[in-house]
Design a protein around this ligand. Structure first.
Ligand SMILES: Nc1ncnc2c1ncn2[C@@H]1O[C@H](COP(=O)(O)OP(=O)(O)OP(=O)(O)O)[C@@H](O)[C@H]1O
Length: 327
């Protein structure tokens, strides 16, 4: 008899209700006359997540999409141990998550780098806290800066780096202490389109090389399809898993080349010709002659499916938003 492997991450009927004060004359009704399902009648709590069921395998790249306010960041916070669910359990390697830990690294949209430290100093920061000896810290910082394509930029301070490069430093910093799981909350949301593509390529390469389990939030359907092995679509509030879409692009991500980074593609004040995607595949530059996966019928099919799943949820979320403003 074969036993099923324990998933790396398991959300088991997870719910999260925030204590909130009742709005004056609290009658959170949506225009159809039904009550806002996220708010309890007395306004005693706001249910952001309800009955979340999701298993994520070791080494898997999972993307979460859903309308604004559906609870994506809350879900990541629960996984990061920054908050505890009000119902259900979040399990990591079969054990309940009870707080933050070095087995999980987080990358946010805002780089959150220490401005007075160099790129290398920022990557070393977490290692210092972990008591890693100086020499090993320097080695590891160099290794991870190189992994994200920042060879030669270690002595620069954040203000001397472009947005894309700062985000690379943030990724290197999260990877340096070798977490099992990388939590990424709209990490490329603040970047321009070309830098974003370059970072998507870079992230795929890093994932290929490190095989970390990645949980990635985005508002971009294209980004979700490009990066995710599976895309979990959440409903409008309270957030539930509406459907998990497996992504098969037929181009084989195993094909991703383990080339070096391309830090020069997003230097501050960029605009180099190297920034322009050259009709290559998911990994960006240097793959002449290979089809851009975004232009394939498989990509279009996945994009459309996720769009369909999201469409009603976004409309509903907007309706709830208008209702909340009117209260
Ligand atoms: N600490 C808190 N107290 C009360 N309500 C909260 C708290 N944190 C989040 N919320 C509410 O929970 C809901 C989900 O928030 P969350 O940030 O997880 O959504 P999201 O899907 O990540 O949104 P976005 O896509 O806009 O970033 C929102 O309505 C938010 O206002």
């Amino acid at each position: 008899m074969t036993t099923k492997p324990i998933p790396k991450i398991r959300f088991e009927r997870v719910g999260m209700t925030f204590p909130v004060r009742a709005p004056r004359g609290a009658r959170a009704r949506i225009s159809s006359g039904a009550r806002d399902p996220a708010r309890s009648p007395a306004g005693a709590g706001f249910t952001a997540l309800e009955d979340i069921e999701l298993d994520i395998a070791d080494g898997e790249f999972t993307v979460l999409v859903g309308p604004s306010g559906c609870g994506k960041s809350t879900l990541l916070d629960l996984l990061g141990g920054l908050a505890l669910p009000t119902s259900g359990r979040v399990l990591l390697d079969g054990e309940p998550v009870t707080g933050p830990g070095r087995d999980r690294g987080t990358v946010f949209q805002q780089y959150a780098l220490l401005p007075w430290r160099t790129a290398r100093g920022n990557v070393e920061f977490g290692l210092e806290a972990a008591g890693v000896p100086r020499r090993e810290r320097a080695e590891r910082a160099g290794e991870f800066l190189s992994l994200v394509g920042l060879d030669g930029f270690g002595d620069r301070h954040p203000h001397e780096l472009s947005g894309g490069m700062r985000q690379r430093v943030a990724i290197a910093r999260s990877l340096a202490y070798d977490p099992d799981v990388l939590l990424m909350d709209e990490p490329f949301g603040a970047l321009d389109a070309q830098t974003r593509e370059s970072l998507q390529d870079e992230l795929l390469r890093v994932w290929q090389r490190t095989r970390k389990t990645v949980v990635f939030i985005t508002h971009s359907i294209d980004e979700a399809v490009l990066l995710g092995q599976r895309v979990a679509v959440l409903t409008s509030r309270p957030g539930r898993v509406k459907e998990v879409v497996p992504i098969a692009l037929g181009d084989g991500r195993a094909d991703i080349r383990a080339g070096g980074g391309r830090a020069d593609n997003d230097l501050a004040g960029g605009g180099r010709s190297g920034d322009v995607p050259s009709g290559d595949d998911r990994t960006g530059g240097g793959r002449g002659g290979v089809e851009d996966p975004r232009s394939t019928p498989e990509f279009a099919r996945h994009r459309h499916r996720i769009w369909e799943l999201l469409h009603d949820e976004v409309s509903r979320a907007q309706e709830l938003e208008r209702e909340a403003v009117a209260l």
